[in-house]
Design a protein around this ligand. Structure first.
Ligand SMILES: [Zn+2]
Length: 197
């Protein structure tokens, strides 16, 4: 159906989060029917983003500059570092505008089941930042999952020698939930309700 070009497009789209074979075919059709209005601008945007966007060497965020816009912003509160699992969580907090400190993207959580160990996470740079003296509080904003809780415990043990205050986000993150899925009000409440880790 439609030749190898269309099949290739379908199979690439089907690999995106939230997409299955059926929604991929629908998306491909939409693009193919409006090549000038939808498909070419998307192709250009993808190529530009692939070329320009990199991982911030300080916090692990994605941005066209390194350090990223947040790390380089002189108006951010540099005494606060909020540790999140992924860039999606950082985006959720930024969208909600409840937080004006800095971030640190771990790149996941420790997981015995999936074989994720400390060496697979962005931990060493966090310990360096904690020891550098600028941060006074490190907020662990990890998901309310078993792995999230394990990772928070492990991190607070590792961070303790640096002398910074380590806190965890409070009530509001539903069990098994991630930050990314929360509405702005719940995120704000979770941040306000943070407690000593
Ligand atoms: Zn950064």
């Amino acid at each position: 159906m439609g030749g190898p070009e269309i099949e290739h497009l379908n199979s690439l789209l089907a690999k995106l989060p939230g997409m299955g074979p059926r929604s991929a075919r629908r998306a491909a059709l939409k693009l193919l029917q409006q090549p000038d209005k939808r498909m070419l601008p998307l192709a250009v945007a993808l190529a530009e983003a692939a070329r320009a966007v990199k991982t911030c060497s300080v916090c692990g965020n994605l941005d066209a500059t390194d350090p990223c816009t947040i790390c380089a912003d002189p108006h951010r509160d540099r005494s606060l570092i909020c540790v999140v699992e992924g860039v999606g969580d950082l985006w959720a907090l930024e969208r909600s505008t409840v937080y004006r400190g800095l971030y640190h993207v771990l790149g996941g959580t420790l997981s015995a089941l999936s074989g994720v160990g400390p060496e697979d996470l962005n931990v060493e740079t966090l310990l360096k930042r904690a020891g550098a003296g600028e941060a006074h509080e490190i907020i662990l904003a990890l998901g309310a999952t078993v792995d999230g809780a394990t990772t928070a415990h492990w991190l607070s043990d590792r961070l303790r020698p640096s002398g910074v205050t380590v806190t965890r986000v409070g009530q509001g993150v539903p069990i098994g939930g991630t930050l990314e899925g929360l509405d702005d009000g719940t995120l704000a409440a979770a941040l306000r309700g943070r407690r000593s880790a």
